[in-house]
Design a binder for this molecule. Sequence first.
Ligand code: MG
Length: 475
Amino acid sequence: MKPLASLVLAAFCAVASLSRAAQAAPAVPNIIIIYADDLGYGDLGCYGHPTIRTPNLDRMAAEGMRFTEFYSAAEVCTPSRAALMTGRYPVRSGMAHDQFRVLRAVSMGHLPADEITLAEALKARGYTTGIIGKWHLGVWSNNPDGHPQKHGFDFNFGLPHSNDMNITPVAPKGAGKLADQRSEWWNAPLYRNHELVEQPADQTTLTKRYTDEAVKFIREKKQAPFFLYFPHTFPHTPLFASKQFAGKSARGLYGDVVEELDWSVGQILETLRKEKLAENTLVFFSSDNGPWLIMNQQGGSAGLLRDGKGSTWEGGMRVPGIAWWPGKIKPGVVQRTLACTMDLFTTSVKLAGGEVPQDRAIDGLDIRPLLFGTGTVERDAYFYYRGLKLFAVRQGDYKAHFFTQPGYNQPKPDEHTPPVLFNLRIDPGETFDVAASHPDVLANIAKAVERHRATVKPVKSQLVETVALQAPSKK
Ligand code: MG
C-alpha cells in the first residue's frame, strides 16, 4: 500500500473508531428533582383538588408518569430530605430523633460527612451539581460542615432551614396561621453559596427568584450533565405569594402559593424544551411530607388519605410523585406500584452509570423498570418511622400500625398490641381494621420487621446538639 493511502486509511480508522466510541459511550441524562415542602397528596389538579389550578403539573403528569403510591421516607422535613439525599432511612444517618424532629435555627448537627449524598455520587460521575431552595440538613452559620457545598453541591442558593425558624418577638401569636404575612416577622436568611445576601429574605419573591436561578443554572450548565436539586420553600407556612399570584386562586393564599409553584415547574420544563434538553433530562416532582393540617386554612390537603404532616398515617407520608422524560417515559401512565424518594437516589446513580455504595445499607431501589415500562420492582416492605421509632410497615396491599400518633402535636403515641391492619388498596383512608381476619399477613410483616431491624445500627442523632446559649447580659 502506498504511504498516502495507508495514512488515509489510518485516519479513516481512527475517525471510525472515535465515532464508535462516541456511540458506545453511555449518554447520561441530566437529573432535576423538584421538591415541594408540606404539599399534600390532594393539593394538585391531577391528584383531584377541585379548586387549585395546576396546569403545568397536570401537563407534566399527562406527558409523563403519575405515581399514586409514592412515599416520602419521613413525616417531617429534615429526615425526609436526609433520606432523599442518601437513599437510606433517616434512622441510619442520625438525621432523626423522637423529640427534636428536625434541625432548628440553633442546631449544630448536620448530615454526617461519611454519608454519601446524591450530589456527591453524581459529581463523581462528572455531573455539575446545584441546590436551589431549602436545604435543612445543616445550619452552616452554626457549623460550616453543614453547608451543602460540603456535601457535593457546586452551587447553593436558598435558605438553610424552614422559613418559620427564625421567628422574631414582633410576630403575633399563631403567626403561621395568618393569611396576612410580613417577611420581617420571620427574619429568614437567604444565601448565595456561603454569602448571606438578604435577611430578612423578602419571602414574597422567593419562588420567583428560585425559579430564575434554576433557569439560569440549566442554561449555564447545559454542556455537561447536571443535577439540579430544587427544594422549594413553600407551601410550608408562613405562606407568601408574589404580586402576580396573590389573591388569584379560588383556594385562598394556600392556593395562590401552590399555583405559583406550578408556574415555576412550567418555567423549568419550558426551559428544557427551549434548550433542547427535554429528551435528555429526567425531572421528578414530589413533596417532603404531607400537609401541615394544624395550620388550618393555611395548610394543605391529603385528599382521601388520613391525617397529615407529622403522622405516619398515609396522609403524612404518601405524597404526589410525577416523573417526566419525553421519549423515555411513556406519556399519560398512572403508576400504581409503590415507590419512594429513596428510590430516586438509587435510580439516579444507575442512570448516571454508577453503582450505589456497597459498604452500607441502601434502602432505595432502582425503579428504572417502572419508569421505562420494562418490568417490575420487588420490594420486601416499606417502613414508616416517626423519629427513631418504627410506627408502621406496609407489605403489599397491607399496612400494620404498631404505634399511631395522630396530628402534629399529640405528646405521646398510642400503642397497638396486636397491631391494627388496613388494606390500602381497598381502604386508602385507613378506616377499617382487618387485623383479626389476617393473622398470616401480620406474621409475614413481623418477619419483615425482624429482617429490617437486623440491618439498622444505632447511631448518634444529629438533631439534639445546639449552639451554646448565651448567658443573659448583666444590667
Ligand atoms: Mg416539610
